[in-house]
Write a protein that binds this ligand. Structure first.
Ligand code: PLP
Length: 402
């Protein structure tokens, strides 16, 4: 039989130990690295066992849409990392966002959301939910009075990203949770930019946390994946049956890649943050000399929510920086096209440093006035700082800024 460390024991491990050993479920072969169980189904020793497993009266797997040993290892490692009662893996970050919202919403419900969100999250709130009779009201995420006004009326869900993609607005999680709970709403947080190493929203009262594991958790640009983390009661009442029957399941192979990614997550995040701060300091100098219009990074004192960011994010600023240049789209494209080392790509949280122009890619679907309102101007770029030597990144940006 497989051997797994009991949760009560693993819960006492420090972060790095949880990342390396959490959820490991060793088979009789005694392999050191987690095995990949590439199987869609499972066999039963007799028909009675099949019946008992389907009734939930016997332990064991039945079908990989519902559960798989490799995927379960990833889920347990994620739950341990956050101190969550339950974690469920999904095939992508968007599958996680969609499931976390759709499993609990019905016609007549109301969602209050921060305005600055990843483009596909905005699509769910702008286009899908209203088709099913769910009202969505936006607030300015970093303005707590804006949340207070919106949550003076009852709501079902409050949704936010902090720091937000791509504007890097930082939102006071504890304050929003307090207001949302008084309004009868559950708080769902997309914690991609902060990562579970820097920010654990459950500690601030959040109810459901979602991840795109495609980003820092894999962190090496290899596969898509996602996760939803929650309490046991939310899982039993809403999430479990929704996931089982709609099937946004993670491939066991991808779960294995993500398990391997988690083993080095804390080390990588430390380097990502150190590199990002060095690059941001260089860009701050470029801004002072008028070479760029603006740099924004939660780890810089000039960020409007700098102190809150450090308090919520373990004293770090994360791995994402934004840059705005003069000359609109032409100015931004010219800078990007002059880069020699940094790649133009819309992914983020990768070991390679990547730059994107949100107005023409990830956020092109938003109407221009809404983009301008969010600060996603034509001269605005998002830089995901990777694991290279910061000096090479600075040299590349220095020559590209011109
Ligand atoms: C990338 C991203 C997502 C979507 O994740 P996928 O794995 O690409 O589906 C959701 N939210 C945020 C904040 C993201 O950056």
């Amino acid at each position: 039989m497989a051997r797994r460390t009991p949760r009560e024991v693993a819960d006492k491990w420090k972060l790095a130990t949880r990342l390396v050993r959490g959820g490991t479920n060793r088979s009789d072969f005694g392999e050191t690295c987690e095995a990949i169980f590439m199987t869609s189904g499972f066999r039963y020793d007799n028909a009675e066992i099949a019946e008992a497993r389907f009734k939930g009266e016997a332990e064991g797997f039945t079908y990989s849409r519902l559960g798989n040993p490799t995927t379960a290892g990833f889920e347990e490692r994620m739950a341990l990392l956050e101190g969550a009662e339950v974690a469920r893996a999904t095939s992508s970050g968007m599958a996680a966002v969609n499931a976390a919202l759709m499993c609990q919403l019905k016609s007549g419900d109301r969602v209050v959301s921060a305005r600055a969100l990843f483009g596909s999250c905005r699509y769910i709130l702008d286009d899908i939910l209203p088709r099913f009779g769910v009202a969505v009201d936006y607030v300015e995420g970093s303005d707590i009075e804006s949340w207070r006004r919106a949550l003076a009326t009852p709501a079902t869900v409050a949704f936010l990203e902090t720091p937000a993609n791509p504007t890097l607005d930082v939102i006071d999680i504890a304050a929003v949770c307090d207001l949302a709970h008084k309004a009868g709403a559950r708080v769902v947080i997309d914690n991609v930019f902060a990562t579970p190493v820097l920010q654990r929203p459950f500690e601030f009262g959040c109810d459901v946390v979602v991840y795109s594991a495609t980003k820092h958790i894999d962190g090496q640009g290899r596969c898509l994946g996602g996760a939803v983390l929650c309490r046991r009661d939310f899982f039993d009442d809403y999430l479990n049956q929704y996931l089982r029957h709609t099937g946004p399941s993670l491939s066991p192979f991808n779960a294995w890649l993500l398990l391997k990614g988690l083993e080095t997550l804390d080390l990588r995040i430390e380097r990502h943050c150190d590199n990002a701060l060095s690059v941001a300091r260089f860009l701050e100098g470029a801004e002072a000399k008028g070479r760029i219009r603006k740099v924004s990074y939660p780890g810089l004192e000039s960020h409007p929510q700098h102190n809150l960011a450090l308090a919520q994010m373990s004293g770090k600023g994360g791995s994402i920086i934004t840059i705005e240049v003069e000359g609109g789209r032409a100015g931004a494209f010219a800078l990007m096209n002059r880069l020699g080392l940094i790649d133009i790509s819309n992914n983020l949280g990768d070991s390679k440093t990547l730059i994107t122009h949100p107005a023409s890619t990830t956020h092109q679907r938003l109407p221009a006035p809404e983009r301008e309102h969010l600060g996603i101007t034509e001269g605005f770029m998002r830089l995901s700082v990777g694991l290279e030597d910061a000096r090479d990144l600075i040299d590349d940006l220095d020559q590209a800024i011109g």
